[in-house]
Design a protein around this ligand. Sequence first.
Ligand code: CU
Length: 159
Amino acid sequence: MSSSCKKNPSLSSSLISQTMFSKVFFLALVPAILAVDHAVTVGANNGLTFTPTTITAAVGDTVTFTVVSRNHSITTTNFSGAVCPPPPGGVGPNGFDSGFLSDLDGSQPSFTYTVVDTAPHFGACMQAAGAHCRAGMTFAINPTTTQTYAQFLANAKAS
Ligand SMILES: [Cu+2]
């Protein structure tokens, strides 16, 4: 009896730690399973473009921008008003700025942003004092029905 009394706590303790381990293991895996990387091509066909222009991403997802021509930046900016050029460092909160990334040597440099909120983020290229931005070299992460990519693009061209 005393030996079974000693065994039971040890067994349940083992079960508890197995259950806890499984939960921790599962929770640690969930972001890795559900997180998605969204690939954006910057400067496809030598153009002043982000492809696609609109990215719908969840918190924890990543967006990887790959520069495939010329020299561009991936920089967040204002939705309206002073859109072009985006300022160094980008517009926040949780904005970002890749700095200039050159493919002039054919290296196709990339920049990865991890999505940390559900807010819309509008971005553009800062090259040529905003000329690329005003030419429409823009993108949006999680635009909304009130802040659409189409309106942001119009704002950029007019800025
Ligand atoms: Cu550019």
